[in-house]
Design a protein around this ligand. Sequence first.
Ligand SMILES: Cc1ncc(COP(=O)(O)O)c(C=O)c1O
Length: 450
Amino acid sequence: MSNTSAPVSAALPHLVTSLPGPRASAVIARDHAVMSPSYTRDYPFVIAKGDGAMVEDVDGNRFLDMNAGIAVVATGHSHPRVVNAIRAQAEKFLHMSGTDFYYENMVELAEKLTALCPAPAPRRVFFGNSGAEAVEAALKMARYHTGRDKFIGFLGAFHGRTMGALSLTGSKAVQKQGFAPLLGGVTHIPYAYCYRCAYGKKPETCAVECVKVLEDTLFKTILPAQEVAAIFVEPVQGEGGYVVPPRKFFDELQAVASRHGILLVCDEVQAGMGRTGKMYAHEHFSADPDIIALAKGIASGLPLSATIAKAQYMEWKPGAHASTFGGNPVAVAASLATIELLEQELLDNAAQVGGAMKERMQTWPGRFPIVGDVRGLGLMLGFEIVKDQESRERAPELRNEIVQRAFHRGMLILGAGQNSIRLAPPLVLSHEQAAFALDTLEDILGSLSR
Ligand SMILES: Cc1ncc(COP(=O)(O)O)c(C=O)c1O
C-alpha cells in the first residue's frame, strides 16, 4: 500500500490495499487453475471497471492505464459515446454475418476507412476480428493477386499468432518454438532499428542498408524478386520495442517494392487508428501502402479488424475469403463512434500530449544512465533500458523492475522488445495524467540509476 493517505482526484491513481489485494488474489488463483498457461501476465492486476485512462481493480485500487489494453481502448475505457453506439446497435441486431448478408453500418465503416487513406485510390475493405486475421487476409490476398508465394518480413516484427501471421513474426523465439512447420517462403531482414543498426551505421552514414540488402544481396542470391508477393512492415515496430524508422527507410522500401511488382503491406494493427497522432501511422512517412492491416484501436475494445487494399489487389472470387464474425455490427458501431471521436478531438490530443511527453522524455538519457534511447510518435512512446549508455548492453531485468515498481505506484505499463518499455495509453490521456506518469517514471529511473 503506497499512497493511501493522499487524497487524489479520480483522474489519478489511488491505492487502498497492498497488491494484489484479497479479491484480486482470489481471482488469480482461480485463473491459474483453468486458464491457458500461455498467457503472459506481468503483474497481478484484476480489472473491475474503467473510465477514460483510469482503471479500478476488484479491491478498489485505482491505476493509471498506460497500456490501454495493449493499445486497444483508443477512446479510453468505456467512453460514453462508444458505449451508447454499442447499446443502440445491440438493441437493433447483434449479428447477421456480413459475409452472407448486407447491413449498412459495415458499408459505412468501409467507406470511412477508405476515405481516410491519405493517398487517393479506389480501395476495398475486408473485415475480420483480430490483428492476426487482418494479416492473414493480407497474406492470402497478396498470393492470390500476384501468383507469387514468397514474403519479406522484418526481425523484431510482430504480426500475430495464427500460422500465417506467426510465420511473418520475427519477435520472440517462444512464440515460434514448437509450432513448426510454419508457412514456407518468409525471409526476415533487419528492421530500421537505428539505435542498434544491424549494419553498424550512424544516422549520418546511413545509406538505408537495411533496405538496400534486398536488391544488393537477397534478390541476387537466395530470393528471386519475381517470386516475392509482398513485404510486410510495421510503420512503427510495436512488440519489437516501439522502434520508429527514419523516413528514408519507407522511401527506399516503397521504391524497391514498386520496381519489382511486390506489394507493400503496412501492418498498422498497433500503430494505426490515431495512436501516433495521425489516423494512419504510414502518413508520418508519406508512404502509400498497397494493403493496410488494422485492428486493436479500431473499435475501442470490441473485436474488429480491417484489411484495406487498393481495389485492384482485392479482386478475389466470392467464397475465396470470408469470416462469420468479421465486421460484427456492434463492433462496427463502436468503430464508427471511435473514428468520430478521433477526428473531433483525440488525434489532436494524441499529438499534443504525446509530443509534450516525448520532449520531456528526451531529456532522460542525459539524466538517467540506464536510459539508452527514447523514441515514439504521438502516444506511442518507448524508451530503452541499458546497463550503460556506452556499451548499450540490454538490461531486461532492470526493465522488468521498472514495470513492477510502476505497478506498485499505481501505474500500468508494459515492456516491449527485449529491454524497452512502451507507453500506449488511451488517447484521452490528459496533461495532468501524463505528468503523473512521467513524474513516477522519473522517480523510479532516478532510484535505479544511483
Ligand atoms: C503490429 C501487430 N500486428 C498484429 C498483431 C496481432 O493482433 P491480434 O493479437 O489482435 O491478433 C499485433 C498484436 O500485438 C500487432 O502489434
